[in-house]
Every structure is written in C-alpha cells, then in structure tokens.
Design a protein around this ligand. Structure first.
Ligand SMILES: [Zn+2]
Length: 243
C-alpha cells in the first residue's frame, strides 16, 4: 500500500538517466544533506512524486543502479523539506521507528526532500550531484545493516558516518564506470558546499575538503573491482584517517 513505485515503474525507470536529466529551472539554496546519523525524526508526510514523471523515472532508475552496486534495498519516498532542505536515511532498527510499515523485501527508508532535489538540479549538470546524494543515503542504509560497522564509525559527531557515506557514494561512481572526471568534479563541488567547520556540532558532516577527499578515495576504490563489502569495511579506517 505504501510502496511509492510499482515494480513496473522501477523497470521503466531503469531506462532513464538522472545524470542527463535537465528539467529543473528553480533556484534554491540547499542546506545540509543527510540527517541519517543524528536520530532526526522522519518527516510526517510524503509525496509520491516529484510532479514530473520523467524525473520520477530518472530518479528511480538511478536508485535501481545504486542498489545493485551497494547491496541495500530501502524504501524510497519524497517529502516536503521547504523548512530545512535535506535527504535522510533511516534504519528499521529498533523496530517501530519508521513512520510507515516496511514493505516486504525492503530494509530501511531513504527520503529525498523536494527542495534539496530542485536545488541540486538547478545547474545543467545537477543530475550527477543528485545521483551522488542518493548513493550517499543508500550508503547509510548499507552501514545500518551491519551494526559492527556502524558502531566503528560512531563518535562524538556524525563525521565518520557521513564521510563513510561520501566514500560509498564515490565508490558508486567508480564502480558504475560511466562517470568522467568532469562528473566527479561536479559532485565534488556539491559536497564541498555541504561541508562545514562546525567541528563540535554533533551533526558535523566533515569539512568541505574532508568530504571531497572521502568521496574521491571511494571513487578510486570503486575503480579497483574489489568486493563491495571489503571496500566498505576498509573505508572505516580510511575515513578515520582523513584529517
Ligand atoms: Zn549522510
């Protein structure tokens, strides 16, 4: 009942490309991306569509590829984030914390704010940044599936969890193999703009430089052809070592 997209929509969506999507014209300023690690309450309401069926298909198509390369299968929803542009990932554990019932075969929930989405898509090349945000969120779902990994990333701030999700987004682009150096720079700029120097803030996601570094290290790992699980576990120490 709550499933946003039917299986048919996923299949059709696979034919589209978010990377080449260029349909947004609004100018927004995005805030932080991702409240996954901080226990932020899920939004109360969801919308089943961006309002643009072509974009819906492009996003679902991109998610389909992401979930194949980063083994995780979260539910996916859009929401109104006009008060605080964001995208978030939620674990279904402990049971009962998700705002909607889990669909059989899915694990966790990724929500994408429409304001953040429009902001990322405002530049002609914005599809690549949005694809990276989606991969970042699915990276969190992957973390949540492995409590030991999540525990090893935990700290006084969200830094290591967030840098690891950036690393996994980089892994996605490296493994997916269709992105050129310019695409990676586009995503780098998007990440750079979301970094901060609020080192003592519990929600600290990493500095602009650290976020870009984590993503590029993941990209290099993705290009190696190694096992995704091995690469993800190696990423714990890799992001800890980023200064
Ligand atoms: Zn995050």
């Amino acid at each position: 009942m709550c499933n946003l997209h039917s299986r048919r929509a996923f299949v059709v969506g696979g034919l589209s490309s978010l990377i080449t999507f260029n349909g947004a014209d609004a100018q927004f300023h995005a805030g932080k991306a991702c409240g996954a690690a901080m226990g932020v309450a899920p939004p109360a309401g969801f919308t089943p569509t961006t309002g643009n069926s072509t974009l819906d298909k492009a996003i679902i198509g991109e998610l389909q590829i992401i979930r194949r390369l980063i083994p995780a299968n979260p539910m996916f929803k859009f929401y109104d984030d006009s008060q605080s542009p964001n995208a978030m990932a939620y674990s279904p554990s402990p049971a009962g914390q998700l705002p909607i019932p889990m669909i059989q075969g899915t694990w966790g929930l990724v929500v994408l704010g429409l304001t953040l989405m429009r902001a990322e898509l405002a530049p002609a090349t914005g599809g690549i940044a949005l694809a990276g945000i989606l991969a970042h969120e699915v990276g969190h779902i992957w973390q949540f599936q492995y409590p030991a990994l999540e525990r090893d990333l935990r700290g006084d701030t969200a830094r290591n969890q967030e840098l690891h999700a950036d690393y996994m987004a980089g892994f996605y682009f490296g493994r997916e193999g269709r992105r050129n150096a310019n695409d990676i720079e586009v995503f780098s700029r998007s990440l750079f703009n979301k970094g901060s120097y609020n080192f003592n803030n519990r929600d600290f996601h990493g500095t602009p430089e650290q976020r870009v570094t984590a993503m590029k290290l993941g990209y290099s790992q993705g290009r190696t052809g190694g096992d995704v699980g091995d690469i993800a576990y190696q990423g714990i120490q890799i992001v800890r070592n980023i200064r």
